[in-house]
Design a protein around this ligand. Structure first.
Ligand code: AP5
Ligand code: MG
Ligand code: ZN
Length: 218
């Protein structure tokens, strides 16, 4: 199973990818999480990517493709993966097709989670994330955990991403429409696109996603 998740910042890619990867036992590969880990470590990759992320800009393809290619070649991706945040440009999508093609594999499905811009802004402004296990919360949908400031799974501290400030959110959404939304047509053209209305509650969106996967694999 090689699934790609498409959707704007705040559409719920990380939330749904976390649920699906646990249910299906496939790897959850989140380019943003990998970049944030590197930035926290302060290693060479981290230093390269930090300024792009802080400004809400895309990290250059060359860096991003190298990082994801290494990641999906690792043993924990043997059973398949769900990609969250990659590809984000046509160049990245083609590089992914090539990397999988060399192994006789391919992306089987691109799930596009569609959410209005107003709702994206609302979701990102209230998001909190666990430093320990990256579980995602929201001040409105999980007030108890956010109020306590601790993750209910691992006890880790909850924090807000520095790129969730209103100005950076606006930039990220702008960049999404300019650079990433053309991928919707790319995967539609390949006959791989499945569109999901992402406006409902987390559990409702989860049911739609699982329904799409069952339709293909069950
Ligand atoms: P990345 O970390 O991928 O951020 P993003 O795409 O902007 O997406 P988000 O993580 O903000 O949103 P999400 O869709 O995962 O939503 P979530 O599930 O958290 O990338 C960050 C940066 O890294 C980029 O700006 C770029 O610089 C760099 N980068 C990463 N990948 C790159 C690439 N391929 N190429 C170049 N650069 C790259 O949900 C949001 C909130 O809503 C949460 O609080 C959640 O609880 C809540 N929520 C979720 N679903 C629902 C629902 N159904 N109802 C109500 N609330 C909900
Ligand atoms: Mg995310
Ligand atoms: Zn946690």
């Amino acid at each position: 199973m090689h699934i790609v998740l498409l959707g704007a910042p705040g559409s719920g890619k990380g939330t749904q990818a976390g649920i699906i990867s646990q249910r299906l036992g496939i790897a959850h590969v989140a380019s943003g999480d990998l970049f944030r880990e590197a930035a926290n470590r302060g290693d060479e990759l981290g230093q390269q990517v930090k300024s792009y992320m802080e400004k809400g800009l895309l990290v250059p393809d060359e860096i991003t493709i190298k990082m994801i290619s290494e990641c999906i070649a690792a043993p924990d991706c043997n059973k398949g993966f769900i990609l969250d945040g990659f590809p984000r440009t046509l160049g990245q999508a083609k590089a992914l097709d090539e990397a999988l093609g060399e192994k006789g594999e391919s992306v089987e499905m691109a799930l596009y989670i569609e959410v209005s811009t107003k709702e994206l802004v609302r979701r990102l402004s209230g998001r909190f994330i666990c430093r320990g296990c990256q579980t995602i919360y929201h001040a409105i949908t999980s007030p108890r955990q956010v109020g306590a400031g601790r993750c209910e799974r691992c006890g880790g501290e909850l924090y807000q991403r520095s790129d969730d400030l209103p100005e950076t959110v606006r930039k990220r959404i702008e960049v999404y429409f300019a650079e990433t939304s053309p991928l919707i047509d790319y995967y539609r053209g390949e006959g791989k696109l499945v569109e999901i209305n992402g406006e409902g509650a987390i559990e409702e969106v989860e049911q739609k996603v699982l329904g799409a996967l069952k339709g293909k694999w069950a």
